[in-house]
Write a protein that binds this ligand. Structure first.
Ligand SMILES: [Fe+2]
Length: 155
């Protein structure tokens, strides 16, 4: 299994996304350490949180008319579909299936972070540089750091 330790190098520079990703990593570590008799409850909470995080990210994409919205949303939907498929097994006490899903989720997340989410962060940075305003799902202004964007993304 990949390391479940959050690193500042994994930050994208978009506070709303970084906060959600860091919390997600903490939850992955928590569920990996959960005993079998508590696994189900933590698993269901994680899936529910992921649904909310994906929705918030998709709202950001809609706000800036992100060109890759559909493919990014499709990735979110595919991973949620996979997790929903495992829910009945976990409910039936098949904890090993749930633990395997969590391992695959962690691997998927690293790929997703460094591809789709990075592309979104770049688009948000560029939008901020062009004066496009945005807000997260809670109505808070998106606080990106355009002065760092060029260097961070090698532009
Ligand atoms: Fe994403």
């Amino acid at each position: 299994m990949i390391s479940l330790v959050w690193s500042p190098q994994m930050e994208l520079g978009v506070p709303a996304m970084d906060t959600a990703h860091k919390a997600f990593f903490e939850e992955l570590a928590q569920i990996a350490a959960a005993p079998d008799d508590q696994f189900g409850a933590v698993f269901f909470m994680l899936v529910a949180k992921l649904e909310r995080d994906f929705e918030a990210e998709e709202e950001l994409m809609e706000q800036i008319n992100f060109p890759a919205l559909n493919s990014h949303r499709e990735q979110h939907a595919r991973i949620l579909s996979g997790l929903h498929h495992v829910v009945p097994q976990v409910m039936n006490g098949e904890i090993a299936a749930g633990r395997r899903a969590i391992e695959l989720l962690a691997e998927w997340f690293m790929m997703h972070l460094t591809t789709m989410d990075l592309a979104l962060a770049v688009a948000l940075d560029l939008g901020a540089m062009q004066g496009m305003a945005g807000a997260d799902a809670g109505g808070n202004a998106i606080s990106v750091r355009p002065e760092r964007a060029l260097v961070r993304h090698g532009l």
